[in-house]
Ligand binder design. Structure first.
Ligand code: URA
Length: 441
């Protein structure tokens, strides 16, 4: 077989055979297919798309390009959760302990942040002493004894995606539904779970800017999951404004604790309950409605917060910060950003809020750059809120005065304040599963 012919067939709109897809993935990983041919194929896929069968085959080949975690030594149905990336998305930190406190084990591998979105591992590492670099054996032991753990990748998972994603990033081929779906699902499947809840974001802070594109991506991922026998559900959620009030590593850990202690804003709390309920129902804990009630009960009776503390302790973290937030390292500089005019917050450019937080020191510009855990933004006003000129829109935190100037400039550009009040926003827009798309709200 020749890679030239595979590229040509996809370019001309033909459906690739299983053998052609296997040939590509194997050859790309072992180095016999060079980057220029792989990028030509990605571009052909970008324009021609892939059928559900092709996408499933690509996903399975990528999944098997490295280690596949076997979670069977951990008893019970293991449900994983994945978000396609958002601003202020600290849901994993609250959802994992809610679910585990209901007796459903969660063995979760998470990622780091890059660009305008934060990563769960960075957030967790803002807890003094906590380690996310845990051996496979210790990871399993923690899940067995405590019920949950959130760690970095253990082993060589999906090397095909590592290479291909880096290539797509520099060849303008990231934004293709089959390529995103196979990239995300190969990693989820290699991590070994039995069922998956996906949070597919759409809007100004997301990969998928429109609802229709988000639904297409969700459907592609649900189809892959079902094809390989893992029940998969996707919630489509709005990223036209940040999730919750806090953006930044320590700040997001604090807000996750607030969710579990009933001190957080309604949007983030309800989002966590909905995600947890979907995971619980896939784990066989009852109907979605019964699982919502279960999740609320575990927050109200303190069991979910207790579970978070147990997990943090098992991973070596100092739990005292979770009870007394002033024990976290504090930012040396703060600044209040004020509304330039009166009116309503009509819209927010979510990506700019993430960029402002990164400019304050909360994000990385390169993969191995250091981050300032205490840096970030506490939003006092979000979309729909009334403001008077001079009201505080947000408080910025940083360890550098200079960074505050840049953060303030970018954050102000994220706010669109007008005379008219915007239509109310719903956070979850739809739920996609094997039976179809259900509109929510
Ligand atoms: N996230 C991934 O893991 N892969 C993509 O292709 C896009 C987002």
């Amino acid at each position: 077989m020749r890679m030239y012919d595979v590229i040509e067939r996809k370019r001309d709109g033909y459906e690739l055979t299983d053998e052609e897809i296997d040939f590509f993935v194997t050859g790309y990983v072992n180095g016999s297919i060079p980057d220029y041919q792989a990028s030509a194929l990605c571009m052909a896929i970008f324009f021609q798309g892939m059928t559900a069968r092709e996408t499933a085959r690509l996903t399975m080949d990528m999944m098997h390009s490295g280690d596949v975690v076997d979670l069977s030594p951990i008893p019970g149905i293991k449900v994983d959760k994945h978000s396609t990336g958002g601003v202020g998305d600290k849901t994993t930190l609250a959802v994992v302990p809610i679910v585990a406190s209901c007796g459903v084990p969660v063995a979760k591998m998470s990622g780091r942040g890059l660009g305008h979105t934060g990563g769960t591992l960075d957030k967790l590492e803002s807890i003094p002493g906590l380690s996310v670099d845990i051996s496979r054996d210790d990871f399993f032991d923690i899940v067995k004894t405590c019920g949950c753990a959130v760690v970095g990748q253990t082993g060589n998972l999906v090397p095909a995606d590592k290479r291909l994603y880096a290539l797509r990033d520099v060849t303008a081929t990231v934004n293709s539904v089959p390529l995103i779906a196979s990239s995300i699902m190969s990693k989820k499947l290699a991590a070994g779970c039995d069922a998956i809840v996906l949070d597919v974001k759409c809007g100004s802070g997301a990969f998928m800017k429109t609802y229709d594109d988000a639904v297409k991506l969700a459907q592609a991922m649900v189809a892959i999951g079902e094809e390989v026998g893992r029940t998969t559900v996707a919630l489509i959620s709005d990223m036209d404004q940040p999730l919750g009030a806090k953006v930044g590593n320590t700040l997001e850990v604090i807000e996750a604790c607030q969710v579990l202690r009933r001190e957080a804003p309604v949007d983030i709390t309800e989002t966590c309950i909905e995600l947890a309920a979907n995971m619980l129902t896939l784990a066989g804990k009852g109907t979605l409605e019964a699982c919502r009630t279960l999740a609320r009960t575990q927050i109200a009776n303190g069991a979910a917060f207790e579970k978070l503390c147990q997990m943090v302790e098992a991973q070596g973290g100092d739990t005292s910060v979770l009870y007394d937030y002033m024990r976290f390292d504090q930012a040396t500089h703060t600044r209040q950003v004020r509304a330039p005019r009166s009116g309503f917050v009509y819209a927010m450019q979510t990506e700019r809020v993430g960029t402002a937080s990164a400019a304050l020191g909360a994000g990385r510009e390169t993969i191995d750059a250091d981050i300032d855990f205490s840096a970030g933004i506490d939003l006092a006003r979000k979309t729909g809120d009334a403001v008077a000129a001079g009201d505080v829109l947000a408080t910025l935190f940083s360890s550098s005065e200079k960074r505050l100037d840049e953060g303030e400039r970018i954050l102000l550009s994220a706010y669109d304040i007008r005379d008219e009040r915007p239509a109310p926003h719903r956070h979850f827009l739809a739920r996609v599963d094997a039976s179809g798309v259900e509109l929510l709200g």
